[in-house]
Design a protein around this ligand. Structure first.
Ligand code: PGA
Length: 249
């Protein structure tokens, strides 16, 4: 395979799995970048500043948030405003299926979050993906098209990452096969060209990524990164993933 033209991005979506901030000390020893990859670490929001302090302020380019609320300030119990964390991070994930399902976030909320991220000059990662029901009913294209439609009036010259994450592959061990991911990536990238050709988009994959399947995904030509969930909250599994990519030529 021809070498990747961009750094492959490896995003650690630790979810609510790292529940003690002391565990984050282990991430200090990771090689956060290499000839082949860059890493983005997304601890739970209350630990962002802890990890920022552990890594040092020069490494803010390797830190992100798993979620923000769609308003900047006000009576929103339990919400995290982008303004509380934007000095400590460079990326924000929006639209993850767990936010859509468990926190009832809809396309309107997700578009507001996307705009807040862009207005703060941070890099957004928009997650999209179909359920197994959508897949079985051949609704893949309409579901993804609807999720991507929020890009229509987005204006930015900053890069945007689209994380294609089939819901049936998240946390199940049932990783999508390479051909399926490649076809989905082609569909997503073409769709975005129709919706908003001005955007600088990179496609990444998420869903049961491990050290055992990372190289299959790395070798898919139109995939430029991965969103790692479960395996990112275990330092040895996560470093093994990075090590495999480091050894790729
Ligand atoms: P997983 O999660 O790697 O545990 O499947 C991926 C994600 O939800 O980002």
């Amino acid at each position: 395979m021809a070498p990747k033209t961009k750094h492959f991005i490896v995003i650690a979506n630790m979810k609510m799995n790292v529940i003690q901030d002391s565990y984050l000390q282990h991430y200090k020893n990771l090689s956060l970048t290499d000839d082949n990859y860059i890493t983005v670490l997304m601890p739970p929001n209350p630990f962002i500043i802890t990890l920022h302090n552990i890594l040092g302020k020069d490494n803010v380019k390797y830190l992100g948030s798993q979620s923000i609320f769609s308003e900047k300030e006000g009576s929103y119990t339990g919400g995290t405003s982008i303004d509380m964390i934007n000095n400590y991070i460079s990326y924000v994930l929006v639209g993850h299926s767990e936010r859509r399902i468990f926190f009832a976030e809809n396309n309107t909320d997700i578009q507001k979050q996307l705009k807040l991220v862009i207005d703060s000059n941070l890099i957004p990662i928009l997650a999209v993906g179909e359920s197994s029901e959508d897949k079985n009913n051949n609704n893949f294209q309409s579901v993804i098209r609807e999720q991507l439609s929020i890009l229509n009036d987005i204006q930015t010259s900053n890069p945007i990452y689209i994380a294609y994450e089939p819901i049936w592959a998240i946390g199940t061990g049932d990783v999508a096969d390479s051909k399926y991911i490649e076809d989905a990536a082609t569909f997503v990238l073409n769709e975005i060209k129709n919706i908003n050709p001005s955007l600088d988009v990179s496609l990444i994959y998420g869903g049961s990524v491990t050290e055992n399947n990372i190289m299959d995904i790395y070798n898919i030509s139109n995939v430029n990164g991965v969103l790692v969930g479960g395996a990112s909250a275990d330092i040895s599994k996560f470093s093994n993933i990075l090590q495999k990519i480091k050894e790729a030529n």
